[in-house]
Design a protein around this ligand. Structure first.
Ligand SMILES: C[S@@+](CC[C@H](N)C(=O)[O-])C[C@H]1O[C@@H](n2cnc3c(N)ncnc32)[C@H](O)[C@@H]1O
Length: 180
């Protein structure tokens, strides 16, 4: 089984978990060379193909992957580019393939924090459509929505040294078994 992990980051735990399965071949993409260097240390050599690229610049043949996942990464792509990316993902998937990702729970063209997690060099950018628009964007690629659910992710709140719950829209969608 072939899996594309978009914005795989340091690969822990998701890419690592995928790569631990004997029948899964993972391709991980991230824009950050620092994150990919960490991933290369932690992931089994030869089991994962790592690509340093903006996910918007990726090119694959149609029907390359059984699964495409993007955990907390498409939310960093400007929302005007997200429908273009989703259409490409739809083509990269094999018939019957699966797409799992999350989107912002509220539509925001641009959210910027200068010192995310209190870091001096912590510039961070998020973008997304309303949950309804994001769900429609997935369906417009021809994928069928199987799960479309707003749910919270528990995160460390570095500024207040506490725990916060951040809502996201989670989407699981499947490409039709029949060739389009
Ligand atoms: C919040 S982290 C999530 C990492 C990993 N998916 C996880 O769940 O632990 C977001 C990742 O997306 C990457 N990223 C952001 N924009 C990207 C882009 N346009 N293309 C590829 N990767 C991107 C970042 O470098 C970062 O590693």
């Amino acid at each position: 089984m072939t899996v594309l992990d978009l914005g795989c980051g340091a690969g822990v735990p998701c890419t690592q978990l995928l790569a631990s399965q004997p029948n899964i071949h993972v391709t991980g993409c991230d824009i950050s060379s620092t994150q990919l260097a960490l991933a290369a240390e932690k992931l089994p050599a030869g089991k994962v193909k790592l690509i340093q690229s903006d996910m918007m610049n990726l090119e694959f043949a149609d029907s390359t992957f059984d699964v495409v996942v993007a955990f907390y990464s498409i939310i960093h792509v400007p929302r005007g580019e997200q429908p273009i990316l989703l259409k490409r993902i739809g083509k990269w998937l094999k018939p019957g393939g699966w797409f799992l990702s999350n989107f912002l729970a509220e539509g925001e063209d641009t959210v910027v924090e200068q010192k995310w997690l209190g870091e001096e060099k912590g510039w961070m950018f998020w973008s997304g459509w309303s949950p309804d628009r994001s769900a429609a964007m997935v369906e417009e690629t021809g994928l069928e929505l199987r799960i479309n659910e707003a749910t919270g992710t528990v995160e460390r709140d570095a500024l207040n040294a506490g725990i916060i719950t951040v809502p996201h829209l989670w989407v699981l969608a499947q490409k039709s078994e029949e060739e389009q």
